[in-house]
Design a protein around this ligand. Structure first.
Ligand SMILES: [Zn+2]
Length: 745
């Protein structure tokens, strides 16, 4: 569920403040500066009234300065080029419609909503107004769904939306323009007709509705949503709030006052949360365009890393084609490329998530211009800008990644199977130009390379999903699998080239080695203010207060259960008793935390592991940004290097040393678990059923006296499972250790 707590209060505050005139920008100037160092970027960001460039990094950047501030630049010897001498003059000319047509002027959210309703009413068979979800202030994020009534059930869908950044008004015109064009030209233009017959379109003019409304009522230059942040600033940049790559200072900011503030946690904002849930509930979405302005760019993933994405060649082909189509209309040049290397790093943006998590062909356009008008593009450019973008979006909708028959894995394809547990696999089958016979969809699997594949039909579920189950198997399996479905052009397989190329999975044991829910006092070793009990919701002089209960049950281990930690304290720790991890491999440790600690190096919080005779190994320490949890957060660490096959392993949490100022609520810890993931060597499991038991006795005897007969019956089973003496050969010397293994079970 997407949390929208507090919106009623905010709505009332807005209603009370609605009489105020919008903020004026008389004498504000936008200038371009070639930023050549991080220090200069820092200086300019502090000096300027606002950063206009979509992404702040080194190179030419646009800044807005308040009246008189340009003299400050002169005084510091910073060279700049004035692009907009008076922002207010631009804002005023922007409000003047150039004609009487809908696309001769910009429109308010209410006007755009009314327009969408008119379009849907005029074309009831083709168009419906749908809500993507609600904003923080409880407004609907409206979109138009356009598709022919004869749309095949497995047709692909596309989502094109504008207005993620409130002040980028030109972006909000594109989805309505495309919708108008599709509805006007359906049955007239064969390309449009074909695309509406075979693709489900979702066109969403205004994603960040609250921010967009605010640009009309209060501040034309507002960018973020309208979240009231902890430090009384407003707004989260909802294009930095997605979970993929979230949290990096390289491409977003942890400062609530920043224009690119990423929010306290991924999907903390109802807008991003709503759109995420829309993608999850619409797994047939194959393409996305997140439309921004300005700079004239055609961008694709990644934003968070300079590494080329696996589909870069496909992106490049489609990107260059779209650039040529745009150029062909009004001769306006756009630059095409991956976000990170084409502009600057962006972390936590929509496209990295939709591509990285959902496999959606994901794009972000930056529309006109390159800085002459910036965000305040004159209304006479609305139609030409739309005219040049339209063919590019038609091309994108018609591109192979949208139109080809595809199988996708909305919940990711299994790469690991847990021993003894059936694993459901869900795929989405989308057809493009051809028909697919979904009744023929099948999962093919085998657990040993010498076996034949078994085919299992896939069961249809809602939303275009199909499910089949990989049956439970044991540690000795080497799973291989692929999918097929019959289509007009032949049998479609995933992966392409199956059964020569197939998907594989690794077996994991998933065995719980140690679990402590802390519902009764386990009596761990404590120092300082560490204690077992119920946290009382106290503290939060800085950051957030303690919780009032555990993640499960009432009890936790916490540092000062009734409030903040103390200043100027040494490092105090909480340590588990020894945990036996003998003959366990691939060990991991998980727990839930609710932690508040000042940013390092001022105050420290750490997690460690150690085995008997070894040193403490740091698993985690608090970062250089403050930690201020306001909910339980799951933590999971690989401790295999420290813990695998060790007779005694200890886990430790510590708080401190702390400095002389700023106390936070400290640690709260619950539901600690150590678990093995690797399939350990199964000594004695000579029938390879994953278990050591009396059923192994006869195969063990056979292995000793007739090894080739034993091997023929179970070609996948390693003979060394019978080497219970551990001397590297299977012989009569293994009998006594085998008996010991069986009887010590
Ligand atoms: Zn933007």
């Amino acid at each position: 569920m997407c949390q929208r707590a507090g919106f009623i209060v905010l709505s009332i505050a807005l209603a009370l403040g609605a009489q105020a005139e919008p903020r004026r920008y008389d004498g504000y100037a936008v200038v371009r500066i070639a930023v050549d160092s991080a220090a200069q970027l820092d200086e300019l960001t502090r000096l300027a009234a606002d950063v206009w460039s979509e992404h702040a990094g080194l190179g030419p950047l646009d800044f807005m300065f308040a009246p008189g501030q340009l003299a400050e630049l002169d005084a510091r010897g910073i060279r700049y080029q004035v692009w907009i001498p008076d922002v207010q003059a631009r804002i005023e000319s922007e409000r003047r419609a150039t004609g009487r047509g809908w696309f001769d002027a910009y429109h308010t959210y209410d006007e755009i909503t009314a327009y969408m309703n008119q379009l849907a009413a005029a074309h009831p068979a083709l168009a419906q107004v749908v809500s993507i979800g609600k904003t923080l202030e409880d407004r609907d994020i409206w979109g138009l769904r356009i598709a022919a009534p004869t749309l095949p059930p497995h047709a692909p869908a596309v989502v094109y939306f504008g207005g993620e950044h409130a002040r980028e008004w030109i972006g909000t015109t594109i989805p309505s323009y495309v919708a108008t064009y599709l509805l006007d030209q359906y049955g007239v233009d064969p390309t449009v007709t074909e695309l509406v017959n075979h693709v489900e379109w979702f066109l969403v003019p205004v994603f960040n509705v609250d921010g967009y409304v605010f640009t009309w009522t209060d501040d034309r230059m507002w960018r973020k949503n309208r979240r009231l942040n902890a430090n009384n600033t407003y707004g989260v940049d909802i294009n930095r709030n997605w979970s993929y790559g979230w949290g990096s200072d390289d491409g977003s900011s942890g400062l609530p006052s920043s224009a690119s503030y990423r929010g306290p946690a991924p999907f903390s904002e109802p807008e991003t949360c709503a759109l995420r849930d829309f993608f999850i509930s619409h797994p047939k979405v194959r393409a996305l365009n997140d439309i921004h302005s300005y700079s004239q760019l055609i961008l694709w993933p990644w934003g968070c890393t300079p590494t080329l994405c696996p589909d870069d060649a496909t992106y490049s082909t489609v990107g260059i084609a779209m650039r040529q189509l745009i150029l062909g209309v009004h001769n306006v040049p756009y630059t095409a490329g991956p976000t990170y290397t084409t502009i600057y790093p962006v972390s936590g943006d929509s496209c990295d998530w939709t591509y990285g998590e959902r496999g959606i062909f994901s794009w972000s356009f930056e529309l006109r211009d390159t800085g002459t008008y910036g965000f305040i593009l004159p209304p006479e450019q609305i139609i030409p800008n739309n005219e040049e973008i339209l063919p590019a979006l038609l091309h994108l909708t018609n591109s192979a990644p949208v139109r080809a028959t595809q199988m996708n894995f909305p919940e990711n394809r299994p790469t690991q199977l847990i021993v003894g547990r059936p694993t459901p696999v869900r795929v989405v089958i989308t057809s493009g130009v051809e028909n697919v016979q979904v009744a023929t969809a099948a999962l093919h699997f085998r657990y040993h390379p010498q076996q034949d594949y078994t085919a299992v039909p896939m069961t249809p579920l809602p939303n275009g999903l199909f499910e089949a189950v990989l049956p439970a198997t044991n540690c000795t399996s080497s799973p291989q699998y692929y999918f097929t479905v019959a289509a007009d052009s032949g049998v479609y397989s995933s992966p392409a080239g199956a059964p020569e190329l197939v998907y594989t999975a690794q077996m994991l044991s998933g065995t719980t080695v140690f679990a402590e829910n802390l519902d009764t006092n386990p009596g761990w070793t404590t120092e300082g203010l560490w204690a077992w009990g119920t946290p009382l919701g106290g503290g939060g002089a800085h950051g957030k207060p303690d919780p009032r209960a555990g993640k499960s049950g009432a009890y936790v281990y916490g540092y000062n259960l009734s409030g903040d930690y103390t200043n100027s304290a040494p490092e105090y720790s909480l340590t588990t008793p020894p945990i036996s991890c003998a003959r366990q491999y691939g060990l991991r440790m998980s727990f839930w935390r609710w932690l508040g600690v000042e940013r390092a190096p001022y105050d420290r919080a750490r997690v460690y592991a150690r085995h008997d005779g070894g040193n403490w190994v740091t698993l985690w320490e608090n970062p250089t940004a403050e930690t201020a949890d306001n909910l339980w957060i799951y933590q999971d660490f690989d401790i295999s290097a420290t813990a695998d096959n060790q007779a005694a392993v200890y886990i430790r949490w510590s708080l401190g040393p702390t400095d002389s100022g700023w106390a936070y609520c400290g640690w709260n810890i619950d539901d600690v678990r150590v678990y093995a993931t690797a399939c350990a060597e199964r000594l004695g499991d000579v029938d390879c059923d994953g278990l050591l038991g009396f059923s192994d006795i006869n195969p063990f005897v056979q292995l000793l006296v007739d090894p080739s007969g034993w091997s023929q019956q179970r070609p996948w089973c390693p003979a060394l499972n019978g080497d219970t003496s551990g001397d590297g050969v299977v012989n009569f010397g293994d009998i006594n250790p085998f008996v010991t293994l069986l009887t010590s079970q």
